[in-house]
Design a protein around this ligand. Structure first.
Ligand SMILES: [Fe+2]
Ligand SMILES: [Fe+2]
Length: 292
């Protein structure tokens, strides 16, 4: 099975956004986009990354949020059209980021416009988070850590109900001997980032993961390529998919060899070829095996 992780495309355009769209927290997000973000996150880079990702023929494309900038309805609609071109709902799994659920009204728009990609599941019958897709011995579990936060903060929260449902799902997956792969926008464990940007209930999530640790965790939010090993779990953050400096994606191949599962992870990052063509080259590769 082949998984591809892509995150933080920040693909939406705020040109033409009006004064009345920018009440409250959206003002600060708009200024940040206008001064910095629109120069760092480019549609041309994302377009090239999408072409490269499509050529990988993934069984599942895992998207861990931040498609938008300030969660306006016009952005959510634009990102919805982009999702439609990215791939079929059966092969694209999405969890939201804090820039999607940015301010008042964003969450409802996200849930309505992106419902197919957020809640399409292959086995759990769920229409709320966590969402599960069960495929060939692998359970992909999507969590929503995105919530509206005060100005100049970008923290996330899962909440007690979602954590309780996750605990049940992890136990179920262990009983069914399913390998678990977790998708979440924010870094999942305590200490992975500062308080202003971190997951408020990371300690509670860690306590729930400890008895049934997932094999793989994919997250975004940090806009850097990073990895952390936690016991046998590998936690991967991938850089922003439209970043002019280091747009990246990860390809993970999982093979079931009876007694063992073998894994191969390739990190592919933006490289300038001669003639200034944007290309993606493998910058890191890892292989490992685990007993089933
Ligand atoms: Fe982001
Ligand atoms: Fe984020």
């Amino acid at each position: 099975m082949r998984l591809v992780h892509v995150t933080d495309p920040h693909l939406t355009d705020l040109d033409g956004v009006g004064f009345f769209d920018l009440r409250g927290k959206r003002w600060s997000g708009y200024i940040s986009w206008h001064k910095n973000r629109r120069k760092k996150y480019l549609p041309a880079v994302l377009e090239r990354l999408v072409t490269a990702v499509k050529a990988e023929n993934a069984d599942q494309l895992l998207l861990t949020g931040d498609l938008a900038q300030i969660g306006l309805i016009k952005e959510i609609e634009q990102a919805g059209r982009w999702l439609g071109e990215l791939g079929p709902v059966e092969q694209v799994m999405l969890v939201p980021g804090n820039h999607d659920v940015y301010a008042h009204g964003s969450a409802d728009n996200v849930q309505r416009e992106w419902a197919k990609y957020l809640f399409h599941d292959l086995g759990s019958g769920s229409d709320d988070f966590p969402v599960v897709r069960k495929l060939e011995g692998v359970s992909l579990i999507g969590l929503s850590s995105a919530c509206v936060t005060p100005v100049f903060t970008a923290s996330g929260k899962l909440g007690q109900e979602q954590l309780e449902r996750l605990s049940v799902l992890l136990e179920q997956a262990a009983t069914e001997r399913q390998l678990v792969c977790l998708l979440i926008h924010h870094p999942p464990l305590p200490g992975m980032t500062n308080r202003r940007k971190g997951l408020a209930d990371a300690a509670a999530l860690q306590a729930i993961l400890e008895p049934f640790p997932p094999m793989l965790v994919f997250h975004g939010h940090l806009h850097h390529n990073r990895e952390q090993q936690w016991g046998d779990s590998r936690i991967y953050c991938t850089s922003a998919a439209s970043s002019i400096s280091d747009a990246s994606y990860r390809v993970i191949d999982i093979e079931d060899n009876g007694e063992f599962r073998s894994f191969r992870m390739a990190l592919k990052s933006l490289a300038m070829e001669s003639g200034d063509e944007l290309e993606f080259a493998t910058v890191d590769e890892q292989t490992w095996q685990l007993q089933k």
